[in-house]
Ligand binder design. Structure first.
Ligand code: G4P
Length: 530
Protein backbone atom coordinates (compact mmCIF):
# COMPACT_ATOMS: atom_id res chain seq x y z
CA UNK A 1 0.00 0.00 0.00
CA UNK A 2 3.11 2.19 0.00
CA UNK A 3 2.23 3.87 -3.28
CA UNK A 4 -1.54 4.07 -2.85
CA UNK A 5 -1.73 7.86 -3.10
CA UNK A 6 0.23 7.84 -6.37
CA UNK A 7 -1.88 5.07 -7.90
CA UNK A 8 -5.28 6.63 -7.19
CA UNK A 9 -4.40 9.84 -8.94
CA UNK A 10 -3.52 8.18 -12.25
CA UNK A 11 -5.73 7.42 -15.24
CA UNK A 12 -4.25 5.85 -18.38
CA UNK A 13 -6.37 5.62 -21.49
CA UNK A 14 -6.41 5.71 -25.29
CA UNK A 15 -8.75 7.34 -27.77
CA UNK A 16 -9.82 5.02 -30.56
CA UNK A 17 -11.79 5.81 -33.69
CA UNK A 18 -12.13 5.23 -37.38
CA UNK A 19 -9.90 7.70 -39.27
CA UNK A 20 -11.50 11.13 -39.63
CA UNK A 21 -14.00 10.66 -36.81
CA UNK A 22 -12.19 13.34 -34.78
CA UNK A 23 -9.57 11.62 -32.60
CA UNK A 24 -6.87 14.24 -33.20
CA UNK A 25 -9.28 17.10 -32.62
CA UNK A 26 -10.58 15.61 -29.39
CA UNK A 27 -7.04 14.88 -28.20
CA UNK A 28 -6.15 18.49 -28.73
CA UNK A 29 -9.15 19.75 -26.77
CA UNK A 30 -8.34 17.43 -23.88
CA UNK A 31 -4.73 18.68 -23.84
CA UNK A 32 -5.97 22.26 -23.84
CA UNK A 33 -8.14 21.51 -20.79
CA UNK A 34 -5.13 19.95 -19.14
CA UNK A 35 -2.95 22.96 -19.94
CA UNK A 36 -0.47 20.68 -21.72
CA UNK A 37 -0.71 22.81 -24.86
CA UNK A 38 -1.63 26.46 -25.22
CA UNK A 39 -2.86 26.77 -28.76
CA UNK A 40 -5.20 24.93 -31.06
CA UNK A 41 -3.45 23.18 -33.93
CA UNK A 42 -0.54 22.09 -31.76
CA UNK A 43 -1.36 18.40 -32.08
CA UNK A 44 -0.43 17.00 -35.43
CA UNK A 45 -2.57 14.30 -36.87
CA UNK A 46 -0.66 11.04 -37.03
CA UNK A 47 -2.78 9.64 -39.78
CA UNK A 48 -1.19 8.67 -43.03
CA UNK A 49 -3.22 10.22 -45.78
CA UNK A 50 -4.51 7.91 -48.48
CA UNK A 51 -2.09 9.14 -51.13
CA UNK A 52 0.88 8.40 -48.86
CA UNK A 53 1.11 4.71 -49.72
CA UNK A 54 3.99 5.46 -52.02
CA UNK A 55 5.17 8.60 -50.28
CA UNK A 56 7.80 7.41 -47.86
CA UNK A 57 8.80 10.83 -46.69
CA UNK A 58 5.27 11.11 -45.44
CA UNK A 59 5.62 7.81 -43.60
CA UNK A 60 8.88 8.98 -42.03
CA UNK A 61 7.27 12.26 -41.06
CA UNK A 62 4.45 10.33 -39.44
CA UNK A 63 6.94 8.17 -37.58
CA UNK A 64 8.42 11.36 -36.20
CA UNK A 65 5.04 12.61 -35.11
CA UNK A 66 4.10 9.33 -33.58
CA UNK A 67 7.19 9.32 -31.34
CA UNK A 68 6.32 12.79 -30.13
CA UNK A 69 2.69 11.94 -29.47
CA UNK A 70 3.08 8.37 -28.25
CA UNK A 71 2.11 9.30 -24.73
CA UNK A 72 0.68 12.63 -23.71
CA UNK A 73 0.61 13.24 -20.01
CA UNK A 74 -1.35 16.07 -18.47
CA UNK A 75 -2.97 17.00 -15.21
CA UNK A 76 -6.62 17.89 -14.80
CA UNK A 77 -8.16 18.69 -11.43
CA UNK A 78 -5.36 16.97 -9.58
CA UNK A 79 -5.61 13.80 -11.67
CA UNK A 80 -2.58 12.71 -13.71
CA UNK A 81 -3.82 11.58 -17.09
CA UNK A 82 -1.73 9.46 -19.47
CA UNK A 83 -3.23 9.56 -22.95
CA UNK A 84 -1.67 6.90 -25.18
CA UNK A 85 -1.82 7.61 -28.88
CA UNK A 86 -2.87 5.01 -31.42
CA UNK A 87 -2.05 5.07 -35.14
CA UNK A 88 -4.79 6.24 -37.45
CA UNK A 89 -4.08 3.97 -40.39
CA UNK A 90 -5.75 0.57 -40.46
CA UNK A 91 -2.57 -1.14 -41.66
CA UNK A 92 -1.04 -0.32 -38.31
CA UNK A 93 -3.94 -1.81 -36.39
CA UNK A 94 -1.67 -4.26 -34.60
CA UNK A 95 0.13 -1.33 -33.03
CA UNK A 96 -3.18 -0.07 -31.75
CA UNK A 97 -4.14 -3.48 -30.36
CA UNK A 98 -0.91 -3.54 -28.39
CA UNK A 99 -1.38 -0.04 -27.07
CA UNK A 100 -4.78 -1.16 -25.82
CA UNK A 101 -3.00 -3.70 -23.59
CA UNK A 102 -1.25 -0.84 -21.80
CA UNK A 103 -4.30 1.30 -20.96
CA UNK A 104 -6.96 0.94 -18.31
CA UNK A 105 -9.83 2.37 -20.34
CA UNK A 106 -10.67 3.90 -23.72
CA UNK A 107 -12.69 6.71 -25.21
CA UNK A 108 -14.30 5.70 -28.48
CA UNK A 109 -15.07 8.51 -30.93
CA UNK A 110 -17.91 7.91 -33.39
CA UNK A 111 -18.75 10.22 -36.25
CA UNK A 112 -22.48 11.00 -35.97
CA UNK A 113 -22.76 11.15 -39.75
CA UNK A 114 -21.02 7.87 -40.59
CA UNK A 115 -21.93 5.87 -37.49
CA UNK A 116 -19.99 2.69 -36.76
CA UNK A 117 -17.23 2.05 -39.31
CA UNK A 118 -15.03 -0.95 -39.99
CA UNK A 119 -12.05 -0.03 -37.86
CA UNK A 120 -14.20 0.81 -34.86
CA UNK A 121 -15.67 -2.65 -34.96
CA UNK A 122 -12.29 -4.37 -34.83
CA UNK A 123 -10.88 -2.14 -32.13
CA UNK A 124 -13.93 -2.73 -29.98
CA UNK A 125 -13.49 -6.47 -30.36
CA UNK A 126 -10.07 -6.09 -28.74
CA UNK A 127 -11.57 -3.96 -25.95
CA UNK A 128 -14.24 -6.56 -25.31
CA UNK A 129 -11.67 -9.36 -25.17
CA UNK A 130 -10.09 -7.51 -22.27
CA UNK A 131 -13.33 -6.10 -20.74
CA UNK A 132 -11.83 -2.62 -21.11
CA UNK A 133 -14.17 0.11 -19.85
CA UNK A 134 -15.33 2.32 -22.72
CA UNK A 135 -16.79 5.84 -22.88
CA UNK A 136 -18.35 6.80 -26.23
CA UNK A 137 -18.13 10.32 -27.65
CA UNK A 138 -20.54 10.89 -30.55
CA UNK A 139 -18.79 13.62 -32.50
CA UNK A 140 -19.74 16.12 -35.22
CA UNK A 141 -23.21 16.84 -33.87
CA UNK A 142 -22.96 20.15 -35.74
CA UNK A 143 -23.41 18.16 -38.92
CA UNK A 144 -26.61 16.52 -40.15
CA UNK A 145 -26.08 13.14 -38.60
CA UNK A 146 -28.12 10.04 -38.11
CA UNK A 147 -31.20 10.07 -35.89
CA UNK A 148 -29.98 9.92 -32.25
CA UNK A 149 -32.05 6.84 -31.34
CA UNK A 150 -31.04 5.00 -34.53
CA UNK A 151 -27.40 5.82 -33.83
CA UNK A 152 -27.58 4.45 -30.29
CA UNK A 153 -29.21 1.30 -31.59
CA UNK A 154 -26.63 0.95 -34.35
CA UNK A 155 -23.69 1.33 -31.95
CA UNK A 156 -25.19 -1.14 -29.48
CA UNK A 157 -25.87 -3.70 -32.16
CA UNK A 158 -22.67 -3.31 -34.15
CA UNK A 159 -20.35 -3.18 -31.17
CA UNK A 160 -22.25 -5.58 -28.91
CA UNK A 161 -22.15 -3.23 -25.96
CA UNK A 162 -24.94 -1.69 -23.95
CA UNK A 163 -24.91 2.11 -24.07
CA UNK A 164 -25.94 4.53 -21.38
CA UNK A 165 -26.41 8.15 -22.56
CA UNK A 166 -25.20 10.72 -20.02
CA UNK A 167 -25.94 13.69 -22.25
CA UNK A 168 -28.69 13.97 -24.82
CA UNK A 169 -28.59 16.09 -27.99
CA UNK A 170 -31.15 18.62 -29.13
CA UNK A 171 -31.22 18.19 -32.91
CA UNK A 172 -28.12 18.02 -35.10
CA UNK A 173 -26.60 19.90 -38.02
CA UNK A 174 -27.56 23.54 -38.40
CA UNK A 175 -30.45 23.01 -35.94
CA UNK A 176 -28.13 21.62 -33.26
CA UNK A 177 -29.03 23.51 -30.10
CA UNK A 178 -26.99 21.79 -27.45
CA UNK A 179 -27.02 18.90 -25.01
CA UNK A 180 -29.01 18.14 -21.90
CA UNK A 181 -26.91 16.62 -19.11
CA UNK A 182 -28.97 13.68 -17.87
CA UNK A 183 -26.83 13.21 -14.77
CA UNK A 184 -26.53 16.81 -13.58
CA UNK A 185 -29.87 17.88 -15.06
CA UNK A 186 -28.65 20.99 -16.79
CA UNK A 187 -28.64 22.35 -20.30
CA UNK A 188 -25.61 23.45 -22.28
CA UNK A 189 -26.53 25.54 -25.29
CA UNK A 190 -24.43 25.06 -28.40
CA UNK A 191 -22.09 27.79 -29.46
CA UNK A 192 -19.32 27.35 -31.96
CA UNK A 193 -15.94 27.28 -30.15
CA UNK A 194 -17.22 26.87 -26.62
CA UNK A 195 -15.03 28.23 -23.86
CA UNK A 196 -14.66 26.66 -20.45
CA UNK A 197 -16.30 29.64 -18.81
CA UNK A 198 -19.44 29.39 -20.95
CA UNK A 199 -21.98 28.48 -18.34
CA UNK A 200 -24.66 25.87 -18.19
CA UNK A 201 -28.31 26.43 -17.49
CA UNK A 202 -29.26 24.65 -14.29
CA UNK A 203 -32.84 23.40 -14.42
CA UNK A 204 -35.11 22.48 -11.55
CA UNK A 205 -36.59 19.81 -13.76
CA UNK A 206 -37.63 19.46 -17.36
CA UNK A 207 -40.98 21.21 -16.80
CA UNK A 208 -38.99 24.42 -16.23
CA UNK A 209 -40.44 26.99 -18.71
CA UNK A 210 -36.94 28.35 -19.31
CA UNK A 211 -36.51 25.32 -21.54
CA UNK A 212 -39.26 26.59 -23.89
CA UNK A 213 -37.64 30.04 -23.86
CA UNK A 214 -34.24 28.74 -24.85
CA UNK A 215 -35.13 25.93 -27.23
CA UNK A 216 -38.54 26.91 -28.56
CA UNK A 217 -41.71 25.04 -27.66
CA UNK A 218 -41.31 22.30 -30.26
CA UNK A 219 -37.73 21.33 -29.43
CA UNK A 220 -38.43 21.61 -25.71
CA UNK A 221 -41.33 19.19 -26.10
CA UNK A 222 -39.19 16.75 -28.09
CA UNK A 223 -36.43 16.91 -25.46
CA UNK A 224 -38.93 16.22 -22.65
CA UNK A 225 -40.24 13.19 -24.52
CA UNK A 226 -36.73 11.94 -25.37
CA UNK A 227 -35.49 12.30 -21.81
CA UNK A 228 -38.52 10.49 -20.42
CA UNK A 229 -37.82 7.64 -22.80
CA UNK A 230 -34.06 7.54 -22.15
CA UNK A 231 -34.47 7.80 -18.37
CA UNK A 232 -37.15 5.14 -18.47
CA UNK A 233 -34.84 2.72 -20.26
CA UNK A 234 -31.53 3.52 -18.56
CA UNK A 235 -32.03 5.19 -15.15
CA UNK A 236 -28.83 6.04 -13.28
CA UNK A 237 -25.50 4.76 -14.59
CA UNK A 238 -24.16 1.80 -12.67
CA UNK A 239 -20.44 2.60 -12.50
CA UNK A 240 -19.59 -1.03 -11.67
CA UNK A 241 -21.11 -2.12 -14.99
CA UNK A 242 -19.01 0.48 -16.79
CA UNK A 243 -15.86 -0.69 -15.00
CA UNK A 244 -16.65 -4.28 -15.94
CA UNK A 245 -16.84 -3.26 -19.61
CA UNK A 246 -20.54 -4.12 -19.79
CA UNK A 247 -22.04 -0.65 -20.19
CA UNK A 248 -20.57 2.33 -22.06
CA UNK A 249 -21.60 5.88 -21.05
CA UNK A 250 -22.29 8.06 -24.09
CA UNK A 251 -21.72 11.79 -24.65
CA UNK A 252 -22.79 13.84 -27.64
CA UNK A 253 -20.77 16.83 -28.83
CA UNK A 254 -18.59 18.52 -31.37
CA UNK A 255 -14.88 18.25 -30.76
CA UNK A 256 -13.90 20.96 -33.20
CA UNK A 257 -16.22 23.35 -31.39
CA UNK A 258 -15.00 22.16 -28.01
CA UNK A 259 -18.59 21.34 -27.25
CA UNK A 260 -19.55 18.50 -24.93
CA UNK A 261 -15.89 17.73 -24.28
CA UNK A 262 -15.67 19.11 -20.75
CA UNK A 263 -18.75 17.15 -19.64
CA UNK A 264 -17.06 14.02 -20.83
CA UNK A 265 -13.68 14.84 -19.27
CA UNK A 266 -15.31 15.65 -15.92
CA UNK A 267 -17.13 12.32 -15.97
CA UNK A 268 -14.00 10.53 -17.13
CA UNK A 269 -11.96 11.62 -14.12
CA UNK A 270 -14.88 10.74 -11.84
CA UNK A 271 -15.51 7.19 -13.10
CA UNK A 272 -12.55 6.00 -15.21
CA UNK A 273 -10.59 3.18 -13.59
CA UNK A 274 -7.37 3.78 -11.71
CA UNK A 275 -4.55 1.39 -12.68
CA UNK A 276 -5.70 -2.14 -12.02
CA UNK A 277 -4.21 -5.43 -10.93
CA UNK A 278 -3.03 -7.58 -13.82
CA UNK A 279 -2.79 -11.27 -14.66
CA UNK A 280 0.57 -12.90 -15.28
CA UNK A 281 1.64 -16.42 -16.19
CA UNK A 282 2.16 -17.14 -12.47
CA UNK A 283 -0.29 -15.09 -10.44
CA UNK A 284 -2.28 -11.91 -10.38
CA UNK A 285 -0.04 -8.91 -9.68
CA UNK A 286 -1.79 -6.54 -7.31
CA UNK A 287 -1.33 -2.95 -8.43
CA UNK A 288 -0.72 -1.99 -4.79
CA UNK A 289 2.23 -4.37 -4.36
CA UNK A 290 5.43 -2.68 -3.23
CA UNK A 291 7.61 -4.59 -5.65
CA UNK A 292 8.03 -3.17 -9.13
CA UNK A 293 6.78 -4.89 -12.26
CA UNK A 294 6.00 -3.73 -15.79
CA UNK A 295 5.99 -4.78 -19.43
CA UNK A 296 7.04 -3.50 -22.84
CA UNK A 297 4.10 -2.87 -25.15
CA UNK A 298 5.70 -0.88 -27.93
CA UNK A 299 9.12 -0.36 -29.47
CA UNK A 300 9.97 2.56 -31.66
CA UNK A 301 13.04 2.71 -33.87
CA UNK A 302 15.24 5.75 -33.88
CA UNK A 303 14.50 7.97 -36.82
CA UNK A 304 18.18 8.47 -37.44
CA UNK A 305 19.51 5.35 -39.16
CA UNK A 306 23.03 6.08 -37.86
CA UNK A 307 21.79 5.46 -34.36
CA UNK A 308 20.38 2.01 -33.95
CA UNK A 309 19.00 2.59 -30.49
CA UNK A 310 15.30 2.36 -30.05
CA UNK A 311 12.75 3.50 -27.54
CA UNK A 312 10.96 0.77 -25.64
CA UNK A 313 7.72 1.80 -23.96
CA UNK A 314 7.31 0.35 -20.51
CA UNK A 315 3.96 0.30 -18.73
CA UNK A 316 4.42 0.22 -14.97
CA UNK A 317 2.06 -2.31 -13.37
CA UNK A 318 3.07 -2.36 -9.69
CA UNK A 319 5.56 -0.83 -7.29
CA UNK A 320 7.93 1.96 -8.15
CA UNK A 321 10.16 2.20 -11.19
CA UNK A 322 13.43 3.95 -10.33
CA UNK A 323 16.20 5.39 -12.43
CA UNK A 324 19.52 3.50 -12.15
CA UNK A 325 18.01 0.67 -10.12
CA UNK A 326 18.59 -2.89 -11.33
CA UNK A 327 15.48 -4.73 -12.51
CA UNK A 328 15.14 -8.29 -13.70
CA UNK A 329 14.61 -8.84 -17.44
CA UNK A 330 12.69 -12.11 -17.29
CA UNK A 331 13.20 -13.35 -20.88
CA UNK A 332 16.94 -12.65 -20.93
CA UNK A 333 17.33 -13.71 -17.30
CA UNK A 334 19.57 -10.78 -16.54
CA UNK A 335 19.45 -7.62 -14.50
CA UNK A 336 19.28 -4.31 -16.31
CA UNK A 337 19.18 -0.69 -15.26
CA UNK A 338 18.34 2.54 -17.02
CA UNK A 339 20.23 5.77 -16.58
CA UNK A 340 18.01 7.94 -18.78
CA UNK A 341 14.42 6.78 -18.52
CA UNK A 342 12.05 9.48 -19.59
CA UNK A 343 8.49 10.53 -19.16
CA UNK A 344 6.25 12.33 -21.58
CA UNK A 345 4.96 15.05 -19.31
CA UNK A 346 3.78 18.02 -21.35
CA UNK A 347 5.15 16.27 -24.41
CA UNK A 348 8.74 17.11 -23.67
CA UNK A 349 11.05 14.23 -22.97
CA UNK A 350 12.15 14.67 -19.39
CA UNK A 351 14.46 12.27 -17.64
CA UNK A 352 12.60 10.91 -14.65
CA UNK A 353 13.70 9.52 -11.33
CA UNK A 354 10.66 7.37 -10.65
CA UNK A 355 7.35 6.21 -12.07
CA UNK A 356 4.26 4.51 -10.66
CA UNK A 357 1.56 2.10 -11.87
CA UNK A 358 -0.30 3.50 -14.85
CA UNK A 359 2.73 5.48 -16.03
CA UNK A 360 4.54 4.85 -19.28
CA UNK A 361 8.31 5.19 -19.27
CA UNK A 362 10.45 5.55 -22.40
CA UNK A 363 13.60 3.39 -22.21
CA UNK A 364 16.56 3.66 -24.57
CA UNK A 365 17.15 0.20 -25.93
CA UNK A 366 20.00 -1.21 -27.94
CA UNK A 367 18.17 -4.38 -28.92
CA UNK A 368 17.43 -6.00 -25.56
CA UNK A 369 13.68 -5.70 -25.75
CA UNK A 370 10.84 -7.35 -27.56
CA UNK A 371 7.18 -6.59 -27.23
CA UNK A 372 5.73 -8.42 -24.24
CA UNK A 373 9.01 -8.46 -22.26
CA UNK A 374 8.51 -8.21 -18.52
CA UNK A 375 10.67 -6.44 -15.94
CA UNK A 376 10.38 -7.37 -12.26
CA UNK A 377 12.33 -7.18 -9.01
CA UNK A 378 13.46 -10.78 -9.45
CA UNK A 379 10.32 -12.82 -9.85
CA UNK A 380 9.85 -14.92 -13.00
CA UNK A 381 6.58 -14.26 -14.81
CA UNK A 382 5.15 -12.63 -17.91
CA UNK A 383 2.17 -10.37 -18.08
CA UNK A 384 -0.52 -12.05 -20.15
CA UNK A 385 -2.93 -10.46 -22.56
CA UNK A 386 -0.28 -9.05 -24.91
CA UNK A 387 -0.69 -11.51 -27.74
CA UNK A 388 0.47 -11.44 -31.32
CA UNK A 389 -2.53 -11.90 -33.54
CA UNK A 390 -2.44 -13.89 -36.72
CA UNK A 391 -1.38 -11.70 -39.64
CA UNK A 392 -3.60 -11.53 -42.69
CA UNK A 393 -1.17 -11.03 -45.57
CA UNK A 394 1.88 -13.25 -46.10
CA UNK A 395 4.86 -12.66 -48.36
CA UNK A 396 8.15 -14.42 -48.86
CA UNK A 397 11.24 -12.22 -48.53
CA UNK A 398 13.52 -12.36 -51.57
CA UNK A 399 17.03 -11.12 -50.98
CA UNK A 400 18.13 -9.06 -53.96
CA UNK A 401 21.68 -8.58 -52.77
CA UNK A 402 23.36 -11.74 -51.40
CA UNK A 403 26.29 -9.62 -50.17
CA UNK A 404 23.93 -8.09 -47.64
CA UNK A 405 22.45 -11.28 -46.20
CA UNK A 406 23.72 -10.56 -42.68
CA UNK A 407 22.31 -7.04 -42.70
CA UNK A 408 19.01 -8.35 -44.00
CA UNK A 409 18.72 -10.90 -41.22
CA UNK A 410 19.58 -8.34 -38.60
CA UNK A 411 17.10 -5.86 -40.08
CA UNK A 412 14.32 -8.41 -40.22
CA UNK A 413 14.90 -9.41 -36.62
CA UNK A 414 14.97 -5.84 -35.39
CA UNK A 415 11.95 -4.71 -37.36
CA UNK A 416 9.93 -7.68 -36.20
CA UNK A 417 11.06 -7.06 -32.58
CA UNK A 418 9.46 -3.68 -33.00
CA UNK A 419 6.26 -5.43 -33.95
CA UNK A 420 6.15 -3.94 -37.45
CA UNK A 421 5.45 -7.43 -38.75
CA UNK A 422 5.79 -11.09 -37.82
CA UNK A 423 8.49 -13.31 -39.21
CA UNK A 424 8.08 -17.01 -39.97
CA UNK A 425 10.71 -19.44 -41.22
CA UNK A 426 9.44 -22.34 -43.22
CA UNK A 427 10.00 -25.62 -41.45
CA UNK A 428 13.02 -27.53 -42.66
CA UNK A 429 13.84 -24.79 -45.14
CA UNK A 430 15.13 -21.32 -45.26
CA UNK A 431 12.18 -19.51 -46.72
CA UNK A 432 11.46 -16.39 -44.70
CA UNK A 433 7.86 -15.31 -44.68
CA UNK A 434 6.65 -12.01 -43.36
CA UNK A 435 3.11 -11.66 -42.09
CA UNK A 436 1.39 -8.29 -41.72
CA UNK A 437 -2.11 -6.96 -41.29
CA UNK A 438 -1.81 -4.39 -44.09
CA UNK A 439 -0.08 -3.85 -47.43
CA UNK A 440 1.43 -0.57 -46.29
CA UNK A 441 3.62 -2.39 -43.79
CA UNK A 442 5.40 -4.28 -46.56
CA UNK A 443 6.31 -1.00 -48.17
CA UNK A 444 7.55 0.36 -44.86
CA UNK A 445 9.66 -2.78 -44.29
CA UNK A 446 11.16 -2.67 -47.78
CA UNK A 447 11.99 1.00 -47.38
CA UNK A 448 13.45 0.70 -43.91
CA UNK A 449 15.52 -2.41 -44.72
CA UNK A 450 17.16 -0.44 -47.47
CA UNK A 451 17.54 2.84 -45.61
CA UNK A 452 18.62 1.50 -42.24
CA UNK A 453 20.35 -1.79 -43.08
CA UNK A 454 21.36 -1.38 -46.73
CA UNK A 455 19.44 -4.54 -47.59
CA UNK A 456 17.45 -4.68 -50.76
CA UNK A 457 14.44 -7.01 -50.87
CA UNK A 458 11.44 -7.91 -52.93
CA UNK A 459 8.38 -9.78 -51.81
CA UNK A 460 6.57 -12.72 -53.33
CA UNK A 461 2.95 -13.19 -52.32
CA UNK A 462 2.15 -16.39 -50.45
CA UNK A 463 -1.24 -18.06 -50.64
CA UNK A 464 -1.92 -18.14 -46.92
CA UNK A 465 -4.79 -16.58 -45.08
CA UNK A 466 -3.94 -17.26 -41.47
CA UNK A 467 -1.14 -18.39 -39.17
CA UNK A 468 -2.19 -20.62 -36.26
CA UNK A 469 0.13 -21.55 -33.45
CA UNK A 470 -0.09 -25.32 -32.91
CA UNK A 471 0.36 -27.34 -29.72
CA UNK A 472 -0.56 -30.82 -28.57
CA UNK A 473 -0.43 -32.90 -25.39
CA UNK A 474 0.67 -35.79 -27.56
CA UNK A 475 4.19 -35.13 -28.92
CA UNK A 476 3.96 -38.01 -31.39
CA UNK A 477 0.73 -36.69 -32.93
CA UNK A 478 2.35 -33.27 -33.23
CA UNK A 479 5.41 -34.75 -34.92
CA UNK A 480 3.20 -36.69 -37.37
CA UNK A 481 1.22 -33.59 -38.19
CA UNK A 482 4.40 -31.62 -38.85
CA UNK A 483 5.72 -34.36 -41.10
CA UNK A 484 2.54 -34.70 -43.15
CA UNK A 485 1.99 -30.98 -43.47
CA UNK A 486 5.61 -29.85 -43.62
CA UNK A 487 5.09 -27.40 -46.49
CA UNK A 488 2.52 -25.54 -44.37
CA UNK A 489 4.54 -25.54 -41.16
CA UNK A 490 6.79 -22.71 -40.08
CA UNK A 491 8.48 -21.49 -36.93
CA UNK A 492 7.85 -18.06 -35.55
CA UNK A 493 10.73 -15.93 -34.30
CA UNK A 494 10.75 -17.64 -30.93
CA UNK A 495 10.84 -21.10 -32.47
CA UNK A 496 7.15 -21.83 -31.84
CA UNK A 497 5.38 -23.97 -34.39
CA UNK A 498 2.88 -22.38 -36.70
CA UNK A 499 0.47 -23.87 -39.22
CA UNK A 500 -0.04 -21.63 -42.26
CA UNK A 501 -3.53 -22.21 -43.58
CA UNK A 502 -4.39 -21.54 -47.21
CA UNK A 503 -8.07 -20.96 -46.50
CA UNK A 504 -10.71 -21.31 -43.86
CA UNK A 505 -11.77 -24.57 -45.47
CA UNK A 506 -8.26 -26.06 -45.12
CA UNK A 507 -8.04 -24.86 -41.55
CA UNK A 508 -11.39 -26.38 -40.60
CA UNK A 509 -10.54 -29.64 -42.34
CA UNK A 510 -7.23 -29.94 -40.47
CA UNK A 511 -8.91 -29.16 -37.19
CA UNK A 512 -11.53 -31.84 -37.77
CA UNK A 513 -8.98 -34.42 -38.94
CA UNK A 514 -6.55 -33.70 -36.10
CA UNK A 515 -8.54 -33.48 -32.86
CA UNK A 516 -5.35 -33.90 -30.80
CA UNK A 517 -3.75 -30.79 -32.23
CA UNK A 518 -4.78 -27.43 -30.85
CA UNK A 519 -4.86 -24.46 -33.18
CA UNK A 520 -4.42 -21.03 -31.54
CA UNK A 521 -5.17 -17.72 -33.19
CA UNK A 522 -2.83 -15.74 -30.95
CA UNK A 523 0.66 -16.52 -29.69
CA UNK A 524 -0.43 -16.01 -26.09
CA UNK A 525 -0.53 -19.73 -25.37
CA UNK A 526 3.26 -19.97 -25.31
CA UNK A 527 3.56 -17.54 -22.46
CA UNK A 528 1.14 -19.57 -20.39
CA UNK A 529 3.38 -22.57 -20.75
CA UNK A 530 6.58 -21.16 -19.24
P1 G4P B 1 -8.93 11.68 -36.83
O1 G4P B 1 -7.77 12.07 -35.98
O2 G4P B 1 -9.92 10.79 -36.12
O3 G4P B 1 -8.55 11.09 -38.15
O4 G4P B 1 -9.79 12.98 -37.18
P2 G4P B 1 -9.43 14.53 -37.07
O5 G4P B 1 -9.47 14.99 -35.66
O6 G4P B 1 -8.24 14.83 -37.87
O7 G4P B 1 -10.73 15.12 -37.77
C1 G4P B 1 -11.09 14.82 -39.10
C2 G4P B 1 -11.80 15.99 -39.71
O8 G4P B 1 -13.04 16.22 -39.01
C3 G4P B 1 -11.02 17.30 -39.59
O9 G4P B 1 -11.33 18.06 -40.74
C4 G4P B 1 -11.65 17.97 -38.37
O10 G4P B 1 -11.53 19.37 -38.37
C5 G4P B 1 -13.10 17.55 -38.53
N1 G4P B 1 -13.84 17.56 -37.25
C6 G4P B 1 -13.46 17.13 -36.04
N2 G4P B 1 -14.43 17.32 -35.13
C7 G4P B 1 -15.47 17.88 -35.79
C8 G4P B 1 -16.77 18.32 -35.38
O11 G4P B 1 -17.17 18.24 -34.24
N3 G4P B 1 -17.55 18.86 -36.36
C9 G4P B 1 -17.16 18.96 -37.66
N4 G4P B 1 -18.00 19.49 -38.52
N5 G4P B 1 -15.92 18.58 -38.07
C10 G4P B 1 -15.10 18.03 -37.14
P3 G4P B 1 -10.37 18.12 -41.98
O12 G4P B 1 -11.04 18.99 -42.96
O13 G4P B 1 -10.00 16.72 -42.40
O14 G4P B 1 -9.09 18.72 -41.42
P4 G4P B 1 -8.80 20.19 -40.96
O15 G4P B 1 -8.28 20.80 -42.18
O16 G4P B 1 -10.09 20.79 -40.47
O17 G4P B 1 -7.80 20.01 -39.89
Amino acid sequence: MKYHSEIVKRRSFAIISHPDAGKTTLTEKLLLFGGAIQTAGAVKSNKIKKHATSDFMEIERQRGISVATSVMTFEYQGILINLLDTPGHKDFAEDTYRTLTAVDSVILVIDSVNGVEEQTRRLMEVCRMRDTPVIVFVNKMDRDGKNRFDLIEEIEKELSIQLHPLTWPINSGKDFKGVYDLHNKNLRLFTAHTKAEDGVLQLEDLTDPVLDDKLGARDAAVLREDVELVDGVHGELNVEDYLAGKVAPVFFGSAVNNFGVKEMLDTFIRIAPIPRSRETTKRKVDVEEDRFSGFIFKIHANLDPKHRDRIAFLRVCSGRFERNKYFHHVRLDKDVRFSNPYSFLARSKDVIEEAYPGDVVGLFDTGNFKIGDTLTEGEEFYFTGIPSFSPEIFKEVLNKDPMKTKQLEKGLLQLTDEGVAQLFTQFGGNKKIIGCVGELQFEVIQYRLLQEYGASVEFRAQPYYKACWITSDDPKKLQDFIRFKSSNIAEDKDGHLVYLAQSEWFLNTERTNNPDIEFHFTSEIHKEMI
